[in-house]
Design a protein around this ligand. Structure first.
Ligand SMILES: *Cc1c(COP(=O)(O)O)cnc(C)c1O
Length: 472
């Protein structure tokens, strides 16, 4: 067998012989499993010295080729010691999941065939699989049968897609003339506790950051419906053009769910597009016991659900679903001579923001097909049980519970006289025993712990409690 490192600068390093690929694939599979096993037993936080790593990186001048075997081992070793490990059972973090195994398999398959999902003509099987999963999610969320949608890079792209659809629906002239085609400044409404990618989205679509109206919350992290209606009235009086309300089902900091039905009613009354950002909380649709928590999502004109949050696929994998399939084509249609087809509603490049497109949907397809709704239901219910357990163990020790979430996240404050959230979190992270975050909830700093791994156990919760106690 040739060692590609010994060959002179040569493209065969890029396209090695079959037998070399197989050998490296086998090596990679075993090395990754071994590393993953070690990660679960080691610290959650990075131990590598970033200064020396940067010096090491400088030596990669890309002149002399290096053997791939060495490069693979080097990469795995540095990743193992140079990351916050989201697949660690004591990563109680921002919603970055320990990925499902079927999703990891899907990535491997997608990487091998590397299908281009811009058109159905070139990748019919892949496009059909994605459309099938989107329909299944829409049905499960209670959205009408004619709903359509697609996979996105994540929740931000999905929410941006919703804004473009809402603007196009509100004013068809927006397509040709942009924001100036509105008779006043177009504005939309989210709560101040919403995911503030909304502000970036407003900037990106050209309506300006101030178009994202941040509505007051009710003291418990949920959009205040009265304040919302008042803001819409006030904007109309001032000559602005309200076009969308986006309620959040599972706020990032505290997992709170805006009053979905009330927000829907206000949107209906004023003739506004109604979006539900369920990027994280959307996975509750999987549980027969818990899906009622999302009541009102079925009223949405569009909804965002991230597969890479609680559905735990690899990143990034979001979804946008709308009951107005035609508006996707209105917003994203284009015609160019070199594309093999131009089918509205079928070819993703004429119904989505992206052009070249990776086969993302296979991750959720394989996960959902192998676990079934029941399997995913169990997965989300388990997170809630573990959070309930954490609450049970912290309350009697004097920790103050700040939020009342139905989405599997706990925000707590240390017992009086035992330090502030920021310093406690700093000490927990330095210990490497667990990963938790500092977040602002209703204007106060809190410690945020979220169960994001399907392999977290009650023992890990006990270890988190010990780590918190030791740090406070
Ligand atoms: C994560 C999240 C987003 C942003 O999604 P990305 O996938 O990170 O782009 C938006 N809204 C909510 C509610 C989220 O949880």
């Amino acid at each position: 067998m040739k060692n590609p490192g010994e060959q002179a600068a040569c493209a065969s390093a890029l396209f090695p012989a079959r037998e070399d690929r197989e050998r490296w694939d086998d090596f990679l599979t075993r090395a990754l499993h071994a590393a993953d096993g070690r990660v679960a037993k080691g610290p959650v936080t990075p131990t590598l010295d970033l200064g020396s790593f940067r010096s090491e990186l400088k030596r990669f001048d890309f002149q002399a080729p290096r053997p791939l075997d060495d490069l693979l081992s080097w990469t795995i070793e540095r990743m193992e010691h140079g990351l916050v490990h989201v697949n660690h059972p004591r990563y109680f973090g921002l919603f970055n999941p320990a990925p499902t195994f079927p999703a990891q398999c899907a990535d491997r398959i997608a990487a091998t065939f590397n299908p281009q999902l811009a058109t159905s003509t070139t990748s019919p099987v892949a496009v059909e699989i994605e459309a099938h999963v989107i329909r299944a999610i829409a049905r499960r969320a209670g959205l009408p049968a004619e709903s359509a949608g697609h996979f996105t890079s994540g929740g931000s792209e999905a929410n941006c897609t919703a804004v473009i659809c809402a603007l196009t629906q509100a004013n068809p002239a927006f397509a040709m003339e942009g924001a100036r085609s509105f008779r006043g400044a177009p504005v939309f409404y989210v709560s101040k506790e919403s995911h503030l990618a909304w502000v970036k989205i407003a900037h990106q679509v050209g309506i300006g950051r101030s178009a994202a109206r941040l509505i007051a919350t009710d003291g418990s992290g949920r959009m205040d419906a009265k304040a919302l209606a008042k803001a819409v009235d006030a904007d109309r009086l001032e000559g602005c053009v309200p076009f969308m309300i986006a309620a959040t089902a599972g706020t990032s900091n505290a997992g709170m769910i805006d009053p979905l039905a009330e927000c829907a009613e206000i949107a209906r009354k004023y003739g506004l597009w109604y979006h539900v950002d369920a990027a994280w909380g959307g996975a509750l649709i999987a549980s027969d016991r818990l899906r009622g928590v999302l009541a009102g999502i079925e009223l949405a004109d569009s909804t965002t659900i991230d597969a890479h949050k609680w559905f735990a696929t690899t990143m990034g994998c979001g979804m946008i679903i709308t009951k107005h399939a035609a508006v996707l084509s209105n917003a994203f249609q284009v015609s160019v001579s070199f594309m093999p087809s131009n089918f509205a509603g079928l070819d993703p490049y004429v119904t989505t923001m992206q052009w070249s497109r990776r086969f993302l949907g296979l991750r959720l397809f394989l996960s959902l097909a192998s676990a079934g709704w029941a399997g995913y239901g169990e997965h989300v219910e388990r997170s809630l049980e573990l959070i309930a357990l954490l609450k049970e163990q912290l309350s009697p020790r004097g920790w103050r519970i700040a939020n009342d979430s139905l989405v599997g996240v706990l925000c707590v404050e240390p017992p009086p006289g035992h330090g502030d959230p920021r310093s406690v979190v700093g000490r927990v992270l330095a210990s490497g025993r667990a990963w938790v975050a500092v977040a602002k909830f209703e204007g106060r700093d809190v410690i945020r712990a979220c169960v994001t791994s399907g392999e977290t156990t009650p023992d890990d919760i006990a270890e988190l409690v010990n780590a918190l106690q030791a740090a406070a």
